[in-house]
Design a protein around this ligand. Structure first.
Ligand SMILES: *[C@@H]1O[C@H](CO)[C@@H](O)[C@H](O)[C@H]1NC(C)=O
Ligand SMILES: *[C@@H]1O[C@H](CO)[C@@H](O)[C@H](O)[C@H]1NC(C)=O
Ligand SMILES: *[C@@H]1O[C@H](CO)[C@@H](O)[C@H](O)[C@H]1NC(C)=O
Ligand SMILES: *[C@@H]1O[C@H](CO)[C@@H](O)[C@H](O)[C@H]1NC(C)=O
Ligand SMILES: *[C@@H]1O[C@H](CO)[C@@H](O)[C@H](O)[C@H]1NC(C)=O
Length: 310
């Protein structure tokens, strides 16, 4: 009997050990949160949480500094309670961005704080304007093992600035997303409140092995293109236990646009969506497309609560 009890404890413990996640759809987990060898706080890099001072430099220098540990056990950047105004910043590999409870990241409304990126190859043009696009608030490309999580801390995109520019046809570039990861794998985005994104909230693209769970996503139901979660040309995606109120589709599975999407040829596949609550009066609970020219296959959707949706 004692042996039995010990075995059970060992099994439970093994769940929280660090390790390389397997990529089987129903059997992958990213227990990296407590397993980074190095840790730093945003204030170590000059961060000021007064809601007015720009922290773009603080985030960038913190993450640049912590990127040196990607081959040495990884690193975690802690965002403490406070209001941390920032423009776009880039993540690194083997890295956790951790928002403590009552930490609020505020998206800057100063366009010079948002670098310009070329259009997505599977889209060929921007959605809001033909030329380039603004980098997302939290951006990463060609990364592996990235976690964005917290004790329900908040990321507020302060989207009203961008929505009014969009409605008045004043955009020269496509609006930024809140979180975008490109060409990356082993991604976890969890236990956060995301509000008022300039456009889509969570956009993994050309990526695989992704868990998105425990998000509360909130935008006014009249806000333009504020999709909740849009896996785009992604493989192995598990989206569970999310609550979304938005001005567009709560979840939209995508894979590029017209001839560009066909040419790029990367489908979205092996996607599970469970225990989603969605409120979106003018859009879908889960949309397949639009923009699905690279194909979509193998999608399971279950235990959905759709309240006032199309
Ligand atoms: C950045 O990393 C170096 C180690 O390479 C360390 O000495 C330095 O103090 C770090 N910078 C800050 C602001 O913590
Ligand atoms: C983030 O990465 C993109 C793509 O590599 C780059 O264009 C952009 O300048 C980077 N942003 C910062 C703040 O370094
Ligand atoms: C990122 O990965 C893509 C696809 O493998 C590749 O085409 C691109 O050159 C890579 N970019 C960087 C900055 O390494
Ligand atoms: C997270 O915060 C949101 C907004 O305050 C709240 O609605 C939600 O219930 C919280 N989630 C958890 C798990 O505490
Ligand atoms: C998210 O929060 C839940 C409830 O507090 C907790 O059980 C779970 O371990 C957290 N998950 C992650 C990935 O942080």
């Amino acid at each position: 009997m004692v042996f039995g009890v010990i075995s059970i404890v060992l099994i439970l413990v093994s769940v929280v050990e660090c390790g390389t996640p397997s990529s089987e759809l129903n059997d992958f987990d990213y227990p990296a949160i407590n397993c980074r060898k190095h840790s730093a706080v945003l204030t170590d890099f000059g961060g000021v949480g007064d809601g007015k001072t720009s922290n773009t430099k603080a985030f960038n220098s913190a993450i640049t500094n912590l990127s040196q540990y990607s081959k040495d056990g990884g690193a975690q950047l802690i965002v403490p309670p406070g209001k941390w105004l920032t423009g776009s910043f880039n993540l690194t590999s083997h890295f956790t961005l951790f928002l403590q409870k009552d930490a609020v990241i505020l998206g800057s409304q100063d366009e010079s704080e948002w670098p310009q990126l070329p259009v997505l190859p599977s889209y060929g043009r921007g959605r809001d304007a033909p030329d380039g696009r603004f980098s997302s608030l939290i951006f990463g490309t060609n990364l592996t093992d990235v976690v964005i999580t917290g004790n329900n801390g908040t990321i507020d995109g302060q989207g009203s600035y961008w929505w009014s520019k969009f409605k008045n046809d004043q955009l020269k570039l496509t609006r930024p997303y809140m979180i975008e990861l490109m060409y990356s794998n082993q991604i976890q985005i969890s236990n956060l409140t995301l509000v008022n994104s300039p456009s889509w909230f969570v956009h993994p693209i050309y990526s695989s092995d992704i868990i998105i769970n425990g998000l509360t996503i909130l935008a006014p139901v009249g806000s333009p293109n504020t999709d909740g979660i849009d896996p785009d040309s992604c493989t192995n995606v598990r989206i569970e236990d999310n609550y979304i109120v938005s001005g567009d589709d709560c979840i939209a599975i995508k894979s590029g646009w017209d001839q560009y999407g066909i040419k790029f040829g990367k489908p979205s596949q092996q996607i599970v969506i469970r225990r989603l609550t969605c409120i979106s009066p003018d859009s879908a609970t889960v949309a397949l497309g639009s923009e699905m020219s690279g194909g979509i296959q193998d999608v399971r959707i279950e235990d959905i609560t759709a309240i006032t949706t199309e």
